[in-house]
Design a protein. Structure first.
Length: 261
């Protein structure tokens, strides 16, 4: 059944993941609006990657409600509509960048645009045209990550889930990727969910999900978060929310026990 909540690309209510007796995600409820760039920010180990795996349907032991593009997460019909790029590049090191894209484009089969045009567009999108014929194994770590991103862009996904895509990139390339992310929403209507642990990237997002210790600290715009916390930067806003959460833990020790047991 398709959800009536058509304004949300992702809708979560009471989302919980328990792994090895430990609650990794605890009762998360949020919305990711369609055709926006939403940032998922928080320190390493707070549950960002687990949440992203849940959204794309590859995470086990998920309870609560999680809908993606109006369907339960992991539904077979979503496979061609959701692109997912993990932290570790998922391409073949003994093929060139172009050969990788040629291979994955043939796997995807017919789509809008010709095969060659899709490959060249994806290479240009991630600024790898000049390295298209270099073996992926000879590329830098950041370049290999961009080949993985290019593969995800081949199918023109409605939702693109990116796990820390700018790690290891220099400032110029980071800026170029963020420009691309916003072009995808403006020109193609793509929804992007992008994780990061770098707070200065928060202001590049239209909406933010801030996490700590498997819980959601905030689901709001950068402007509203700064105003609500009476701070000038997103780092200060995040620290304010963390301090507030810590005070709540001291007042209610069972809160922390539930998350870490």
């Amino acid at each position: 059944m398709v959800s009536s909540d058509v304004a949300a690309a992702v809708r979560a209510d009471g989302l919980t993941v328990v792994r090895g007796g430990r609650t990794v995600l605890a009762d998360l409820s949020f919305r990711v609006p369609r055709s926006t760039v939403t940032g998922l920010l928080g320190p390493s180990g707070c549950g960002k990657s687990t949440l992203m795996r849940a959204v794309v349907g590859t995470q086990a032991k998920v309870t609560g409600t999680l809908e993606v593009l109006g369907h339960p997460a992991g539904t077979a019909s979503l496979r061609s509509r959701v692109g997912y790029v993990t932290q570790a590049p998922s391409v073949y090191s003994d093929l060139t960048a172009r050969q990788n894209l040629d291979y994955f484009a043939s796997v995807l089969g017919p789509a809008r645009g010709e095969h060659h045009e899709r490959v060249e567009r994806a290479l240009a999108d991630v600024d790898l045209t000049s390295h298209a014929d270099v073996l992926v194994g000879h590329l830098s770590g950041g370049q290999r990550s961009r080949v993985s991103l290019a593969v995800a862009l081949l199918g023109t996904p409605d939702l693109l889930v990116l796990d820390e895509p700018t790690v290891g990139l220099d400032p110029v390339l980071r800026r170029g990727l963020w420009d691309l992310f916003h072009r995808l929403t403006a020109e193609r209507g793509t929804t992007l969910l992008i994780s990061s642990h770098v707070m200065d990237e928060a202001d590049r997002c239209e909406r933010l999900l801030l996490m700590r210790a498997g819980r959601l600290l905030a689901d709001d715009t950068p402007e509203s978060l700064r105003a609500r916390t009476r701070t000038d930067t997103m780092e200060d806003a995040f620290l304010h929310l963390v301090d507030t959460a810590r005070r709540a833990e001291r007042d209610n020790p069972a809160w922390q026990e539930e998350t870490t047991r």
